[in-house]
Each structure stands twice: as structure tokens, then as C-alpha cells.
Ligand binder design. Structure first.
Ligand code: ZN
Length: 166
């Protein structure tokens, strides 16, 4: 259990495509705990992906239940190992931020609802339907596993990126 340092853009690990977690990987549970600890330490952010703490494996945690935008519609704490989006519907544009890109936010178009399958912390296969802010948060975190940041998703670097007020 540990709060880990967040890797900041342009750290090269944030551009890597991460490896699938093998069934006999005994370090995954500790990795999940570090992700949860790091997410909560960061003022309960809505998610962290493993490469953001320097481990390029396909693991993310997402929890929008503490956020204003996600409070009404969520699955609580999701720990996702080898997640895959198997259906996307609709369209939603939201202003996104990222702990690895601390000085900026950006407007990003994503699917409004998704079906995602993954293994949970106990290794059980799960399939869930997520929508609205939770779906956006999941899509954002899964992008990290493919080396993509929200900066790679905005339509225009000139008009859709905003400097955060200090
Ligand atoms: Zn992020």
C-alpha cells in the first residue's frame, strides 16, 4: 500500500501501449492498491491508470461516486484489469483534466454510453454498462493504456485546450 508519484507529460511512459496482465501475475493486487491509494490521496480524483504511476500494465481504477458530476450514476469503485470497450453509443463532449497534464484542461468528444468488460480485483470477469460522466472517465483512463492523453483527442489544440487558473 503506497501513494505513488504521478508521471507528468511528457514522460515517455505515458506514450507507451501497455501490456496485458497475465493470469499468473501476483503483483497486480498490490498495483491495484497503490492505484486506489494514489487516487484517494489526490483529493479523490476520479481515476488513475497504471502507467501514470510508472507501471505499463493494463490496469485502471475509476470511482466517480465522490464527484459532483458522477454522484448520481455510477458503479462505485471499479478496478479494471485488461479492460476492453465492446460497445459505444452516442456522443458527449466534456471538459477533461488529467493528473499527468496538471496545467491544462480540454474539450473532448467521447461516447455517451459504453459497455466495458474487464477482470475485477478477484479475477472475475465483469461486463458493465456505463454512461455519462462515468463512461467518460472510463474512456479517459483506458486511453492511458494505449499511450493516449486527452491532448491527443481534442479537435483543435488552438480552441479546445485551456490553461488552468492557478
Ligand atoms: Zn488522465
Amino acid at each position: 500500500m503506497a501513494v505513488r508519484e504521478i508521471r507528468i507529460y511528457p514522460d515517455p511512459i505515458l506514450k507507451e501501449v501497455c501490456a496485458e496482465v497475465e493470469a499468473d501475475d501476483h503483483e497486480v493486487d498490490a498495483l491495484i492498491q497503490d492505484l486506489v491509494d494514489t487516487m484517494i490521496d489526490a483529493g479523490h480524483s476520479v481515476g488513475v491508470a497504471a502507467p501514470q504511476i510508472g507501471v505499463c500494465k493494463r490496469v485502471v481504477v475509476v470511482d466517480v461516486s465522490n464527484s459532483k458530476l458522477g454522484r448520481e450514476n455510477n458503479h462505485g469503485l471499479l478496478t479494471m484489469v485488461n479492460p476492453e470497450i465492446i460497445r459505444r453509443e452516442g456522443n458527449k463532449t466534456m471538459r477533461e483534466g488529467c493528473m499527468s497534464v496538471p496545467d491544462y484542461t480540454g474539450n473532448v468528444d467521447r461516447a455517451e454510453s459504453i459497455v466495458v468488460q474487464f477482470n475485477d480485483r478477484d479475477g472475475n470477469r465483469q461486463v458493465i454498462n456505463a454512461s455519462d460522466f462515468e463512461a467518460v472517465a472510463i474512456q479517459h483512463e483506458l486511453d492511458h493504456l494505449d499511450g493516449l492523453l486527452f491532448l491527443d483527442r481534442v479537435s483543435s489544440l488552438k480552441t479546445d485546450i485551456f490553461r488552468r487558473k492557478k
